[in-house]
Design a protein around this ligand. Structure first.
Ligand code: NAP
Length: 314
């Protein structure tokens, strides 16, 4: 059992994943939950991070702070992607070691697997081949984080664990018209189309790539579960273990949003990797199960976006 009296620090508690972890800790009735915005505490700054840990001495740390972004941001700011992420990781892991943190969970990502790794992706495929060039600086930083967690466990006995989540969607997702990920982008397109009585929605790519999705509240539940039940050096994939085509995803979102028009797939846009699916046997072996089906999670997200859309257009 995670102790109620312990101090929990969620780095990046205002982001989609960090906020979900924060909510999950609150739902357990814990009251000592720390969170700081990047303005209040720039995690790239080693002295500031040391001072924060010296003052609060958090017992459990969830590392959901990172510089993240889509392909455009990764390609235009590669230096920031490697620098920010290395700094954030190095500073937190070192401060946690010095100030006696009991356990720390590091968030990696399924996008750090080798570009051509076999599917479904098993954790042992990490570092076995060339990376996707467009996000290499981000991936190298995250791989360094996983290696650092292992190294600190080996040298200092730190209980640091690492996770590799699939594509995450849900509360607090980015619904920006151009910078969002596929779920956020499709929800915006279909809700907007219904509101504007549009007859057709265009979807980028052929619709054939297969992808795996998990609601951020399920990811948060998995992170708390692993914090409680897993203490190994090997990283753990977190996903639903099932994939679906972008076409099937779009059709489901269209139906749930009440869109009755046509879907057109524009193959002038690139599809990316044909398939990305995680092998979640290691996670399953710890006794964790997904609680929010994709359909239920999408329906929730559509309602949340309708609220955002109403504010935008008010
Ligand atoms: N979203 C996904 O689909 C997905 C999938 C797999 C893995 N993950 C992993 O989950 C983690 C969180 O992702 P997310 O989607 O929740 O990202 P997000 O919504 O962009 O949130 C990132 C958070 O990091 C904080 N942050 C960034 N730079 C910082 C700095 N220099 N100092 C302090 N805080 C800083 C931000 O704080 P402020 O808001 O205060 O600026 C923000 O709250 C990442 O490690 C990511 O790799 C996400």
């Amino acid at each position: 059992m995670l102790p109620e009296s312990a101090t929990y620090y969620v780095a990046g508690h205002r982001g989609m994943v960090g906020a979900a972890i924060h909510r999950a800790l609150q739902a357990k009735g814990f009251s000592n939950i720390l969170g700081k915005s990047s303005k209040e505490l720039d995690l790239r700054n080693p002295l500031a991070v040391q001072a924060f840990f010296a003052e609060h001495k958090p017992h459990y740390v969830f590392m959901a702070a990172a510089k993240v972004g889509g392909i455009g941001a990764n390609m235009s700011e590669p230096g920031s992607f490697i620098y920010d992420n290395l700094q954030i990781q190095n500073n937190i892991m070192e401060a946690a070691r010095i100030h006696g943190t009991k356990k720390l969970l590091f968030l990696g990502s399924s996008c750090i697997y080798p570009k051509l790794a076999p599917q479904p992706l098993k954790e042992e495929y990490l570092l076995t081949g060339p990376l996707e060039p467009t996000n290499e600086p981000y991936a190298v930083a995250k791989l360094a984080g996983i290696t650092m967690a292992k190294a600190y466990r080996k040298q200092y006995g730190c209980s640091y664990i690492s996770t590799l989540p699939c594509n995450i969607y849900g509360t607090g997702d980015n619904y920006h018209p151009f910078n969002s990920h596929v779920v956020g982008a499709l929800i915006r397109k279909f809700v907007t189309a219904v509101e504007q009585n549009a007859q057709e929605v265009e979807i980028w790519g052929t619709g054939s790539p297969l992808r795996e999705f998990l609601h951020c509240d399920d990811l948060a539940a998995a992170c708390l579960h692993l914090m409680e039940h897993y203490d190994g050096e090997d990283p753990v994939n977190i996903g639903s273990g099932t994939d679906l085509s972008i076409r099937a995803l779009a059709e489901t979102i269209a139906e749930l949003a009440g869109f009755k028009g046509a879907l057109s797939f524009n193959d002038q846009y690139p599809d990316g990797t044909p398939r990305k699916l995680l092998d979640i046997s290691r996670l399953k072996n710890t006794g964790w199960n997904q609680a929010i089906s994709l359909r239920e999670g999408l329906a929730r997200s559509i309602e949340e976006f309708k609220g955002i859309y109403a504010t935008e257009t008010a």
